[in-house]
Ligand binder design. Structure first.
Ligand code: GLN
Length: 552
């Protein structure tokens, strides 16, 4: 292809209306039409990466193969495009400024006065072009965080305006906006979107498409209004009503011919039409009817359910992918582990779940409750998947309750514990002492060797795997033998650094803790084998339960 093409996705009216899913869905559509697509997230924060932001404020920290701590939208791009997205595809205001200042210190501007404009937008565009080139992309989708009209993202909009000036035929703009239907009015209103389109105009940008997010479909009357007042072709006002599953959205957009329309805007034609794999996956979601009850046990419950869901979005998606692959509908329930600390008897409620998951986390709040929950699932044969902290706490539970190592703990909670089952890596101690918290955890992909005749081996079906990490603490090898005697199987090890990566508990149908985050690699078209195996075990147990109750 002669020229690389660029599609900017910007938000109007309010945040959280689905810019990330829109960007990803457009990406999937264009892939299905034969193009190599990559996607970039431009976050307005001063933070250099998402690693230093509290997930209850910013959502999940998504870790890339190449060790970057990024925004959760990068996870959406990976899931929809079904490929790895790398660090070059993520930028924040902080990261851009840091580079410009560093270059200035290195005299790379050759004595010029370095200014916010043009140097910052130019650096943004250098990064956009670099990411496109790295992926040899035909089309680069750039999602600009925040909404138009904010101070925060104005330099990203300026970069977009400049790119359009440089390549007039190769850049398109999509405004993802919200159209409210106020209860008392009972009618879909376009006015806030009109303001957003005008706000975009004042940044020198004309939207080519408006994705009209709303509870309902966009009717013709409102389509015309958007066309008249926002300066777009009526055909380019795209209806985007709420969908049951985000994975349906590429298909809904396809019905609106959005792929063809965007390609036409960029002077391109579809090279093929192949969305069948996606369509098959979506129909398997719809086919699944029987539920599986899964409890996610953890903390972070003080700020309301919505925040929690965002903090663990990759875990939730991975559970869904694995359930659909097993023809089941996941019914996920959030369980506040602090409840088990206050009222221990409540722990028995866990018997109603088909499976339990303990996701990653940090700090001491709710930890004793999680350990109680892990003891319960271990003793009651409930399929257990522990992710990162969930693996570390499972090791502590077994150390305390089976190996009888009283007071066993992680140094994260009690640095002076008599039995530091989980300890801090020596090179991490230095980071902590020097307050070096940004980007210094054990991050990104590391290889892991699996032992034969283990659950992990049977799930992956191969001896060598690679998974993504994000943690500062590790299993303490001094305790391997003691825990082995207590029934732990160390089924996965990083042989280069001799680090424990996977633990299992003997004579349990599925008790697996992993030091890594398998959820980062789960995709709807390619569900993660460990999650799939965990769900398979639940389905098997369910059948056994049915048989038993029939016999009674
Ligand atoms: N807090 C633990 C650590 O730093 C676990 C981290 C996690 O669960 N992502 O090692």
């Amino acid at each position: 292809m002669k020229n690389r093409k660029y599609i900017f996705i910007v938000g109007g009216v309010m945040s959280s209306v689905g810019k990330g899913v829109t960007a990803s869905s457009i990406g999937r559509l264009l892939v299905s039409k034969g193009y190599n697509v990559t996607a970039i997230k431009a976050d307005p924060y001063i933070n250099v990466d998402a690693g230093t932001m509290n997930p209850t404020e910013h959502g999940e920290v998504f870790v890339t193969e190449d060790k970057d701590e990024t925004d959760q939208d990068i996870g959406n791009y990976e899931r929809f495009l079904n490929k790895n997205i790398y660090s070059v595809n993520y930028m924040t205001t902080g990261r851009v400024y840091l580079d410009v200042i560093q270059k200035e210190r290195n005299l790379e501007y050759k004595g010029k006065c370095v200014e916010v404009v043009p140097h910052i937008p130019n650096e943004i565009n250098r990064r956009i072009e670099k990411a496109g080139a790295k992926d040899k992309a035909d089309i680069v989708i750039i999602e600009i965080g925040g909404t138009v009209g904010e101070y925060q993202n104005i330099l990203f909009l300026e970069a977009a305006r400049r790119l359009k000036l440089k390549h007039p035929g190769d850049v398109a703009f999509v405004l993802v906006s919200y159209l409210p239907i106020p209860n008392r009015v009972g009618e879909m209103k376009t006015k806030p979107t009109q303001h957003a389109a005008r706000e975009l105009n004042s940044a020198g940008i004309q939207a080519d498409f408006i994705v009209a997010r709303s509870e309902q479909k966009l009717d013709n009357k409102r389509r015309e209004k958007l066309a008249t007042f926002c300066g777009i072709d009526p055909d380019n006002a795209i209806s985007a009503p709420d969908a049951d599953s985000i994975y349906e959205i590429p298909l809904l957009f396809d019905k609106e011919n959005l792929g063809e329309k965007i390609l036409a805007k960029l002077n391109l034609k579809p090279k093929k039409q192949d969305i069948n794999d996606w369509r098959k996956m979506v129909s398997s979601i719809k086919k699944a009817k029987k539920p599986l009850k899964i409890a996610v046990v953890g903390k972070y419950f003080g700020t309301g359910d919505f925040t929690i869901a965002d903090s663990y979005i990759s875990v939730l998606e991975a559970v869904k992918h694995a359930c659909w692959a097993n023809n089941r509908v996941p019914e996920m329930v959030w369980v506040d582990s602090e409840e088990y600390e206050k009222t221990p008897i409540k722990i028995n409620e866990l018997s109603q779940y088909d499976g339990i998951i303990v996701p990653g986390g940090f700090g001491s709040r709710g930890i004793e409750g999680i350990i109680k929950a892990i003891k319960y699932v271990r003793e009651n044969n409930i399929p257990y998947l522990g992710l990162c902290y969930g693996m570390q706490l499972a090791s502590i539970e077994i150390a305390r309750n089976v190996a009888k190592l009283t007071g066993a703990n992680t140094m994260e909670i009690n640095p002076k514990t008599k039995h530091p089952i989980i300890h801090v890596n020596p090179f991490q101690t230095k980071n902590i002492l020097e307050n070096k918290y940004g980007g210094t955890m054990r991050l990104g992909a590391y290889p892991c060797k699996l032992s034969k005749d283990t659950i992990a081996y049977s799930a992956y079906g191969k001896p060598s795997i690679s998974e993504r990490h994000r943690h500062r603490y590790e299993f303490n090898n001094k305790y391997r033998q003691k825990l082995e005697k207590a029934g732990v199987v160390f089924s996965g090890v990083n042989t280069q650094q001799d680090l424990v990566e996977i633990i299992e508990f003997k004579s349990h149908p599925f008790f697996v803790g992993v030091q890594f985050h398998p959820e980062f690699k789960s995709r709807p078209l390619d569900p993660h084998p460990l999650y799939v195996k965990w769900v398979e075990t639940m389905v098997k147990q369910e059948k056994k339960k049915v048989k038993k109750s029939r016999k009674k």
